[in-house]
Write a new protein. Structure first.
Length: 564
């Protein structure tokens, strides 16, 4: 195959692909832009409607009317009226709400569904109450829209527009883009053909001369320099190479042998170093090995660093292990560690040690990352998320399921290689290590799975939804510290319940126990079995009944904990 044809076959698809990609990217960007604006418009209406409904419900709660069917019905009609005011006058938009059984509870237009498939689709839609973008067919018309769940009414609300109206501008842009891309591709074919001819003609003449030199083995021949450009420069370089080969022919074999020997030695050395590093990384984190090998003189030096510390522990592991054979206990524990340790490493963490069934890890040494606190909390959340799959295997093998607690602390610790020449550990020590262990232990008291300190909360609150648990004061210390829990993706019902809960905490600390009870009750109604709202409801009842005297002092509500 000649070079000219190769250039056309190689370069032409690249240029055509680039034009296609550029055109399609532009079309996609335009489609995304228009779609995003349209989605945001419907999403904005959904948010405004949700805010309005929440405000109306808050009025019912504030006036103790949330249990009155009459006032709830009036509020629902007000929400329906407000929904109608949000519609565009083009008549293609529709807002409706579904009960939990898929029945239309509210609509901005009279709709009567008789198609069994549409009724079934509405029932499926109502059974999945979450805030997301949905597609649905209603009265034979395809629609798109934004849904949100409003728990107080038991509604799933959907703000929609017809698919045809929603994507009308996008389809127009797509057709125009395809026409432009086709024209650009035709021009690309024409110009690449001309370019390949200009480029390959002098190269073909140069190839003929090089072929003569190769066949005759005559290093005295030279390529004629025809052009003062890159091709001419290539001809000059080739002539210079022939001159050097001609003068160095006697030493060529010796030089080649030396280069081959040096390359072989370098390869053997690299292989030995790689094998040694891999062996040590089984016992010491890879980043620690890198630090020690790059700076051996600092291997024994300790350093004060600000790190995130993670503790996790298996609940009632002693009881679990007493009922199993030792080899089964070790096998289950190793399988558990095999699931959890890679999660910690994937979030830039280093496993410090195994304390029986507990894991101690830290984030931020020897290499500090952008947000070590966030890495640690996300590792803890992912560990909790991986537990159901692990327990499913345990259950399938007739073994006990594991329940764990996780605590995350952040602060100054001493980190380094601690020990002696015979046995050393790259580890951390300090008060924050003890605090992290205490945090993990508090999960049992508050019925939680993951607790974080106030210092961690201040660094992750912009990324994760957090919930205040309590103020904890270690005995012998003057000040208390807030403790929080967090969830990776709280649903709308949880978010609403957390708002009620925090409002209750605010009044609880002001000793307004009657008001606090209302908010904790609303929290418990939205989150049945919630341990925290149940705990604070019990405290409120104890104080109101006089069963427990109300403590005095500015920080009366802080829970006193023994130090370790």
């Amino acid at each position: 195959m000649r070079l000219r044809l190769k250039i056309i076959l190689v370069v032409l698809p690249i240029i055509v692909a680039a034009v296609l990609i550029a055109g399609l990217t532009s079309a996609f960007s335009a489609r995304q832009g228009i779609t995003r604006l349209a989605v945001e418009a419907l999403g904005f209406k959904a948010q405004e409607l949700e805010k309005y409904a929440e405000n109306q419900w808050d009025l019912l709660v504030a006036n103790n009317l949330a249990e009155s069917d009459e006032y709830i019905s009036v509020t629902q009609r007000a929400v329906e009226s407000y929904a109608s005011s949000l519609l565009r006058p083009n008549g293609t938009e529709l807002i409706f709400a579904l009960d939990q059984d898929g029945t239309v509870a509210m609509s901005t237009a009279d709709i009567e569904i008789t198609d069994p498939s549409e009724l079934q689709a509405l029932q499926i839609l109502a059974s999945q109450p979450r805030n997301e973008w949905r597609e649905i067919t209603l009265l034979g018309v395809e629609r798109v829209g934004q849904t949100f769940s409003f728990a107080p009414f038991g509604w799933l609300v959907m703000v929609t527009d017809t698919t045809e109206s929603f994507y009308a501008e996008v389809e127009s842009i797509r057709v125009q883009t395809y026409v432009i891309v086709a024209i650009a591709a035709v021009f690309a074919v024409f110009f690449i053909a001309i370019f390949s001819n200009i480029l390959t003609t002098p190269l073909a003449r140069m190839v003929d001369i090089i072929q003569e030199i190769t066949e005759e083995n005559d290093l005295a021949k030279r390529v004629e320099v025809e052009y003062k450009d890159e091709i001419g420069a290539m001809a000059k370089k080739f002539n210079g190479m022939l001159s050097q080969l001609q003068s160095a022919d006697a030493n060529l074999k010796s030089a080649y042998d030396k280069v081959k020997e040096q390359a072989y030695r370098a390869e053997i050395s690299q292989f030995k170093e790689f094998r040694t590093r891999k062996m040590f990384e089984r016992y010491v984190p890879a980043e620690v090995v890198e630090t020690i090998t790059s700076s051996p003189e600092s291997a024994l030096v300790g350093d004060n660093r600000i790190l995130a510390i993670l503790f996790s522990d298996i609940r009632s592991f002693t009881t679990i292990s007493e009922g199993l054979e030792p080899e089964i206990v070790v096998e289950s524990l190793n399988r558990y560690f095999s699931v959890m340790v890679p999660i910690i490493k994937s979030h830039n963490g280093i496993v410090d040690k195994y304390i029986g069934d507990a894991i101690m890890a830290f984030f931020g040494a020897p290499v500090k990352h952008e947000n070590d606190s966030l890495d640690a909390v996300q590792a803890g959340l992912e560990m909790l998320g991986a537990l159901p799959e692990f327990n499913a295997r345990q259950k399938s093998e007739g073994l006990p399921e594991f329940r764990i607690g996780v605590g995350v602390e952040y602060g100054v610790v001493t980190v380094g290689n601690i020990g002696c020449e015979d046995k050393m550990d790259y580890t951390i020590i300090g008060d924050k290590v003890n605090s992290g262990s205490r945090l993990e232990g508090l999960n049992k008291k508050y019925g939680q799975q993951l607790l974080i300190s106030q210092s961690v909360f201040s660094r992750v609150k912009g990324e994760l939804a957090c919930r205040l648990v309590d103020n904890v004061q270690v005995k012998g210390r003057g000040r208390s510290e807030e403790v929080y829990t967090t969830s990776a993706t709280p649903n709308p019902t949880e978010r609403k319940a957390w708002q009620f809960y925090h409002a209750g905490i605010k009044r609880y600390r002001k000793r307004e126990f009657e008001e606090a009870k209302k908010y904790f009750t609303a929290t418990a109604r939205l989150l049945p079995g919630d341990a925290l709202s149940t705990l604070y409801l019990r405290h409120c009842n104890d104080y109101l009944s006089g069963k427990v005297p109300i403590p005095t002092g500015e920080n009366w509500f802080a829970t006193k904990m023994d130090s370790k």
